[in-house]
Design a protein around this ligand. Structure first.
Ligand code: ADP
Ligand code: MG
Length: 355
């Protein structure tokens, strides 16, 4: 296993890139710790696969360096980097048996046959494929093929890192949950450095200790699931994580208060380093809807099981709030903001207020 450092990585697919939009990766600096379990989370097209392929060596970055344990590997081949990668769609040798598909990456590296057998059988058992060991891969279902693909990544124990690129996309939801928890167990047992790419926040938050959020070719936040929820460093993280996402309202800063249209919101931690027009971010979970606070007009109530999502108009803007199971919505509803849930933003980036 290895620590992986990305040092000023940029990548453009086309020739002569000039504008920032010509770069699939704009500027990426990050250190993945040895033995860490990371999720790389972001919307489709933000550069996740590009970054993964640069780490594995399938793609050479236009600029920057990649280091494994401090050694520059930017010009090394995929083979020399010794990385296992699991792709979004199954990569399986149809004419080989399930067993041989898993044995292949080990035999390829000259692992003794006795050890190959032990590793392959163990991996097959973990994936629930033991009974299929002798079947030709082409006879299997799409789910089983994706499991073989996963197995080919997991079978090796000597790799520097295992990279997963949305490996469970085509797998049915129940099995997804099972496989994800097995990946976590594997991580605990072997201490692999794992980078797991997904566009699904639930998948990211349940898999990883550390979530790296990407947006438009950049890393916008690195944090624990809790940090991403409580202190989104960029308004995008606020929208993208959580359901519904964070409310973001333009306000005018007036000392320790924020003016929203004709309404005033008291700020618990007025920022010393900002002024004028900023944005106030607050998650629906921290918006109290009841009889006190700012007057709103309720526009929609959605029952989502354990709680309700209330949408209301505040000074002409929509705001979402969560109404608990045993709370009722008064006729002339008002909203107030739980101070611990308030974050302030300038030009989309969070303003440090010391909390
Ligand atoms: P993600 O995996 O997050 O969906 P990708 O890394 O696949 O994102 O893509 C990032 C950007 O690079 C997108 O704008 C995509 O259209 C572009 N891109 C990806 N692969 C290629 C390619 N082979 N040639 C040109 N552009 C590409
Ligand atoms: Mg992708």
């Amino acid at each position: 296993m290895a620590r992986i450092d990305l040092d000023h990585i940029r990548h453009a697919y086309g020739p002569n890139p000039k504008a920032p939009s010509d770069f699939a990766l704009k500027q990426v600096n990050h250190s993945f710790k040895d033995g860490g379990a990371y999720a790389l989370l972001g919307p489709s097209g933000c550069g996740k696969t590009t970054l993964l392929n640069i780490i594995s060596g399938l793609l050479h970055p236009s600029h920057g360096r990649l280091l494994f344990d401090g050694h520059d590997v930017t010009d090394l081949s995929t083979q020399e980097r010794n990385i296992a990668q699991v792709f979004q769609f199954p990569v399986v040798y149809d004419t080989m048996t399930v067993y041989d598909n898993l044995a292949f990456p080990l035999r390829n590296r000259g692992v003794p046959e006795a050890e190959v057998d032990g590793r392959v059988r163990e991996t097959l058992a973990m994936l629930g494929l033991s009974e299929r060991a002798g079947s030709r891969a082409r006879r299997l279902t799409a789910d089983d093929k994706q499991k073989i693909s996963l197995g080919r990544g997991l079978v090796r124990s000597d790799v520097n890192a295992i990279l997963f690129d949305e490996p469970l996309t085509v797998i049915d939801p129940h099995l997804k949950w099972v496989l994800r928890s097995q990946l976590k167990q594997l991580h605990r047992r072997f201490g692999y450095t794992m980078i797991y790419v997904t566009h699904d926040q639930t998948e990211a938050l349940t898999f990883a200790e550390t979530v790296v959020v990407m947006y438009d070719g950049e890393i916008v936040q690195i944090g624990t699931p809790d940090e991403l929820f409580e202190r989104p460093s960029h308004t995008f993280v606020g929208y993208f994580i959580g359901s519904p996402g964070m409310n973001v309202m333009p306000v005018e800063l007036e000392g320790a208060r924020a003016r929203l249209g004709s309404q005033i919101i008291e700020l618990p931690f007025p920022p010393a380093n900002a002024s004028g027009r900023i944005e106030l971010g607050i998650r629906p979970e921290y918006v109290r809807i009841g009889r006190s606070g700012l007057p709103v007009r309720v526009t929609k109530v959605e029952d989502v099981g354990r709680h309700k999502i209330v949408r209301a108009s505040l000074e002409g803007r929509e705001i979402a709030a969560i109404l608990g199971e045993d709370e009722t919505l008064p006729a002339d509803a008002r909203v107030s903001f739980d101070p611990v849930g308030i974050n302030l933003y300038q030009d989309s980036w969070r303003i440090e207020t010391g909390v």
